[in-house]
Design a protein around this ligand. Structure first.
Ligand code: AHR
Length: 861
């Protein structure tokens, strides 16, 4: 005992001695912060020096902060940065381009993570916008000052006491350049010099080194695994399940995220077959489109677009078809109209005619007519209806409207809708696609975006009120993903669909700021919706009005139709009972600027004041680390937000090397909604690493309470984003292997997590530890379902079988025929699907985990 005490004492003394020895380094060093003028898409680099003569770049060419202003490509540039150190904090400003009256601001006290940027607007005292060129940051009399040149050749200055709110610009006589020139890696750069504690710089260097090592690991792929594991054979392991150590987990872990991207809504889940049915397409949707897109005329007549006296002000364009008998207006649908023999389709169109037209309307494929009917018309707009009974299946039919006699016909809102929709809903969903979603048994549906939600510019934010009511009164808009949103699939349809598949609705609406990558109506967040009304421009609503819009949504979804006008609209549309909305997302992976924070907090407080039981879903940027992630989480904690939406799209290796990502998360704070995630590419390898991640999510499902893969749908030939979970065309559905991972997880989710351990053993049954490379690639997760079934998920990423002994001692009275689903095959296969069978199980069961596989064993009672 005495000798142990002496040893501990000696150890402590040694540690003490080591810590008092001063390493031969200075307390602080000079740092030079600069950019690369030849490449403005790069950002701030940092070099350090002990003598201000020789400078050592940290991370070589690494940018520690890049400009996040506006769209990718044409913007996100940094010109003439100016960095000032004040106290322990570095403050930076820079010029954004040569035209805007904004500059960028950010700050840091750690150098590795910088605060999400803001872009203050600059005007003179009489509100004249001033382009900001060459901004120079100084501190004068306790105030930050940015002195800059403007296009009029004069100099100006704005000041701020908090680096947030800036004064109007006042004229100054000159701009004194205080930047320094230093040589880094043999090249002379212009920048600013300050000092930093050596420990900070050392930490930064270590962090960058560690990041580089980590990033190399993330690029590991199954392509090299045959070679990597060529000396590994006959793997055997025991799975021990600790029934006594179970914990409650979320029963909402697996959901879906529906965004109208890749033609997911119009031309996708929404069953409408006519494209540009209301002649409202414009070149804002897509540079080449206009009101006539996807329509053509045949015969001697003409096809014109008019806007006078339309069917509704929100639907102002209509077609005028004029000419002799037989003049045709033809719609090509979405890559052709897909119809099935023996099925019926509801045809509807608003028609108006002075000379009593009775147009023939038919579906044709080439010269063959496969369904035919006729419509009547009246002198005033009236919706005419008929049914087209299809005789032959076609995947490339066209809809033809043909004049019955010489004259003219006004035509608008032409709709062809299958009678056979999911659950027979009017204005409903395509059965095959909707069923594919229902088969996943998702516990919630997030909608309508994504970037679609916060939109491209202030005027493109998603307004749910534009999406309800009669279809021709809905106010369609351009889609940030470069096509059109008819909004035929609107909030009523989304909520109804959630109910139809037994999933909770999770609407995610803008936080009063558009997408930070916006390019329409200005750049980036454009200062967000204003708190005060603009006396000269009422096209943009105020934050007060926008808050009301969110409150009205809650009322519409949950209110009592007898007392609430919004709830009455829901009831009038066919849903008397409340939709029982419990959560609302405010914002989507926004830049966590001051502009965002002010608006998010305002909305959250406003919603909580009126509806304290609604859970608010906050947002933490597009990455698993970095400034938006850090600051998004800070705000969520400060504001006591219930749950935070995280997003990451990463290489397969990330999932292998980040299995403990959530084990370290604080359990007391907000919960996590992993709202968008996927591994890059579209093969079995991806499905398997995603399965691996799900086993780790399940272990953490006391804090990670919801997750959804993204994006969900991709119409073949129209994908703006890959990979997607479910590919489709007009008549077929092609789920990716990742779909099956989500489906197996969704159908086999649990409410109780039971810890399990995998131990590798030799042929003699004794422990035979394996390398990290092996152990990281084999994982398990055991959960108990609400009905008491035991579900064992096993992932094997290795190129060889693992013989696994399952020990079920502690779980009794179970059915000896367990259900087994296995997704396995060649890692490059993009069509892999699971196979179902049964497995005979006892207290001890040997199960051969196939190479490259995800197995789900469900033991019923
Ligand atoms: O899922 C596709 C896009 O990825 C989403 O719209 C956006 O939130 C994210 O950047």
């Amino acid at each position: 005992m005495k000798s142990i005490k002496t040893a501990i004492l000696l150890l402590l003394l040694t540690i003490g001695a080591v810590s008092t020895v001063k390493a031969n380094v200075p307390d602080s060093v000079s740092i030079f912060i600069y950019n690369t003028p030849s490449d403005s898409h790069k950002g701030l680099h940092i070099a350090y020096s002990v003598d201000q003569k020789t400078w050592y770049p940290i991370g070589n060419d690494r940018s520690f902060v890049t400009s996040d202003y506006g769209p990718w490509g044409s913007q996100k540039m940094m010109f003439n940065p100016s960095v000032l150190k004040d106290g322990d904090t570095w403050y930076a400003v820079w010029q954004l381009n040569e035209k805007n009256n904004q500059f960028a601001t950010t700050k840091t006290s750690v150098l590795s993570v910088w605060k999400p940027q803001d872009y203050p607007y600059v005007t003179t005292t009489d509100n004249k916008p001033l382009t900001v060129l060459n901004p120079l940051l100084t501190k004068q009399h306790g105030q930050f000052a940015v002195t800059f040149a403007s296009k009029d050749g004069k100099y100006y200055q704005v000041t701020s006491s908090d680096f947030k709110t800036w004064s109007k610009a006042t004229s100054v006589t000159s701009l004194k350049d205080t930047h320094k020139k230093c040589v880094v890696n043999g090249q002379t750069f212009t920048g600013d010099i300050s000092t930093a504690p050596w420990t900070l710089i050392e930490n930064l260097i270590n962090k960058i080194d560690a990041t580089q090592v980590r990033e190399a690991k993330y690029n590991e792929s199954m392509r090299d695994d045959e070679r990597r594991f060529m000396n590994i054979h006959d793997l055997q392991a025991n799975l021990t399940i600790d029934f006594a150590g179970s914990k409650a987990i979320s029963n909402h872990l697996i959901g879906i995220f529906f965004e109208d991207i890749n033609y997911a809504a119009d031309g996708g889940l929404y069953a409408e077959l006519i494209q540009n049915r209301d002649f409202e397409y414009t070149n804002k949707d897509n540079g080449n489109w206009n009101s006539k897109s996807f329509w053509k005329t045949e015969g001697e007549g003409s096809f014109n677009i008019a806007t006078d006296n339309p069917i509704h002000k929100n639907n102002s364009h209509y077609a005028i078809l004029s000419g002799g008998k037989g003049t045709k207006l033809v719609n090509e649908g979405f890559d052709g109209i897909c119809v099935k023999a023996g099925e019926k389709y509801n045809l509807a169109a608003f028609l108006r005619s002075e000379n009593g037209q009775h147009p023939t309307v038919y579906l044709r494929e080439g010269d063959k007519i496969i369904a035919k009917t006729s419509l009547s018309s009246s002198k005033d707009w009236k919706q005419q209806k008929a049914v087209l009974a299809v005789k032959e299946t076609s995947t490339k039919a066209e809809l033809v409207i043909e004049l019955s006699k010489e004259g003219s016909l006004d035509i608008d809102f032409v709709s062809l809708f299958p009678q056979n929709t999911f659950k027979g809903r009017k204005n409903g969903m395509r059965t095959d696609l909707a069923q594919t979603l229902a088969d996943m048994q998702p516990k919630f549906v997030r909608f309508p975006g994504g970037c679609l939600s916060h939109g491209n510019g202030l005027n493109n934010m998603y307004h749910w009120k534009n999406t309800i009511g009669p279809l021709w009164e809905r106010k369609g808009d351009f889609n940030i993903w470069h096509y059109h949103q008819s909004l035929g699939l609107g909030f009523y349809e989304y909520f109804q669909f959630c109910e139809d598949i037994g999933a909770e609705p999770l609407p995610v609406l803008p936080a009063g700021v558009p997408c930070q990558n916006s390019s329409v109506g200005g750049m980036g967040q454009q200062g967000g919706l204003p708190f005060k009304a603009n006396a000269t421009d009422d096209s943009v609503m105020t934050m007060e009005e926008y808050l009301q819009e969110l409150l009205d949504l809650i009322e519409w979804a949950n209110g009592d139709p007898k007392t609430s006008k919004w709830a009455k609209m829901r009831a009038d549309a066919g849903h008397e009972k409340p939709f029982n909305l419990k959560m609302l997302g405010v914002g989507n992976e926004d830049l966590i600027s001051d502009v965002f924070e002010e608006r998010f907090t305002f909305l959250k407080n406003g919603i909580k004041a009126k509806y304290p039981d609604i859970n608010i879903v906050g947002t933490a940027g597009p990455f698993f680390e970095g400034s938006d992630y850090e600051y998004g989480w800070q705000i969520a904690k400060k504001e006591n937000v219930e749950i935070v939406d995280e997003h990451y799209y990463v290489n397969p290796g990330w999932y292998i090397y980040n299995q403990q990502f959530y084990d370290k998360y604080e359990r007391k704070g907000p919960q996590v909604y992993l709202g968008e995630w996927a591994s890059r590419s579209n093969r079995l390898e991806n499905a398997l690493v995603e399965a691996l991640h799900i086993t780790n999510l399940e272990r953490n499902a006391d804090i990670v309470t919801m997750s959804s893969y993204a994006p969900l749908f991709g119409r073949e030939g129209h994908c703006q984003w890959n990979p997607d979970l479910i590919y489709f065309n007009g008549s077929e559905v092609h789920p990716a292997p990742s779909y099956y991972t989500q489906m197996l997880a969704g159908r086999n989710s649990g409410t109780e997590y039971i810890p399990s351990t995998i131990t590798f053993v030799g042929t003699d049954g004794k422990d035979a530890p394996q390398s990290e490379g092996v152990t990281l690639r084999v994982n398990s997760s055991v959960v108990k379902a609400e009905n008491g079934d035991l579900i064992i998920k096993l992932v094997n990423l290795l190129p060889q079988t693992v013989t696994m002994k399952l020990n079920l001692a502690g779980f009794d009275n179970f059915n000896k025929e367990a259900q087994l689903s296995v997704l396995s095959g060649n890692p490059t296969d993009s069509k892999a699907a699971p196979k179902n069978s049964t497995l005979t199980v006892g207290e001890q069961t040997t199960y051969e985990l196939p190479a490259h596989s995800f197995s789900v064993i469900r033991i019923t009672r």
